[in-house]
Design a protein around this ligand. Structure first.
Ligand code: SAM
Length: 273
């Protein structure tokens, strides 16, 4: 590892799946974003007959809703750690690192979906190209990740903006998380040979006591060491930010979710291994 490179991976240095409450943290995020994700996937046509790949499936809420609500034919749910995923009719579970070159080799899907995964992977450009390979002709690749509209704002920091800035910097230095790439996803999808491409952003309301509020509080708890190591916040500032989230003082815009999608032209060539 050279200076400036992250020293760990998602699930190792932070967000360890074996740490109590990690499944609940992912579920709080899912509660805030699943309806938006499902509306987009259904608008793109996900439904009966579709084979789907859910990359970094987490606790499997999107995989399950694709089967139960959209009525897709099958979902392959892949994660580096599959303890929160259960096989059931239509749902196949695969433990794999999606940065590996032979990941899901030889298989193609009508829908390839990855939410809140690529932003944590330093190899994201390579992974986008690999995921585009897994889309069958006429199918669609859908990527969702965080966009933070407030970290760059001028003016005095609030407990929330201070914590968010420290979180993004701490995660970047620890595991390579980088959300500055996310607005370029449409261009990266186009570069991967997908056409047409499009994107949208949704920012759910950050209300005290909401699942989204719990999600950020839990995320800061799990990132606390990385946040304080930046020197931007200390433990007292993280505690203050958690209290602020749950108080009537809270006046903050949550990070949003950018969803970008691109279509594999019908008649595209055979899958590479
Ligand atoms: C923030 S969670 C998102 C879970 C789910 N996609 C969602 O939106 O609810 C990120 C997930 O990606 C998985 N993940 C991270 N790096 C991975 C990798 N290199 N290969 C496979 N899965 C990975 C994690 O284990 C975790 O379940």
């Amino acid at each position: 590892m050279s200076a400036g490179e992250p020293g760990g991976r998602y699930g190792e240095a932070v967000f360890r799946p074996e740490q109590a409450g990690e499944g609940a943290r992912i579920d709080f995020g899912a509660l805030a974003y699943d309806d938006i994700t499902m509306a987009r996937l259904r608008a793109l046509g996900a439904g009966p007959g579709w084979s789907c790949l859910d990359v970094g499936a987490g606790t499997g809420t999107v995989s399950g809703r694709l089967l139960d609500e959209a009525g897709v034919a099958s979902v392959l749910a892949v994660d580096r750690d599959v303890r929160f995923l259960r096989e059931r009719p239509g749902l196949e579970v695969l433990r794999a690192d999606v940065t590996a070159p032979d990941f899901a080799a030889g298989r193609r899907f009508r829908l390839v979906h990855a939410r809140f995964v690529l932003m944590h992977l330093p190899e994201r450009e390579h992974v986008i190209a690999a995921l585009a390979e897994r889309v069958e002709p006429g199918g669609v690749l859908v990527l969702s990740d965080a966009v933070d509209l407030t970290s760059g704002l001028e003016g005095p920091a609030t407990p929330y903006t201070a914590a968010m800035r420290a979180m993004w910097q701490g995660l970047r230095e620890t595991i390579g998380t980088d959300v500055s790439w996310v607005p370029s996803y449409p261009r990266l999808l186009r570069r991967a040979g997908l056409v047409p491409v499009a994107a949208e952003v949704h920012v759910p309301p950050l209300e005290p006591g909401s699942p989204l509020s719990r999600f950020w509080a839990d995320t800061w708890e799990r990132s606390r060491a990385a946040m304080t190591a930046t020197g931007l916040v200390d433990d007292a500032a993280v505690d203050a930010a958690v209290r602020y989230l749950d108080s009537e003082e809270c006046a903050a815009l949550s990070a949003g979710m950018l969803t970008a999608w691109g279509w594999k032209p019908a008649g595209a060539g055979p899958v590479s291994p």
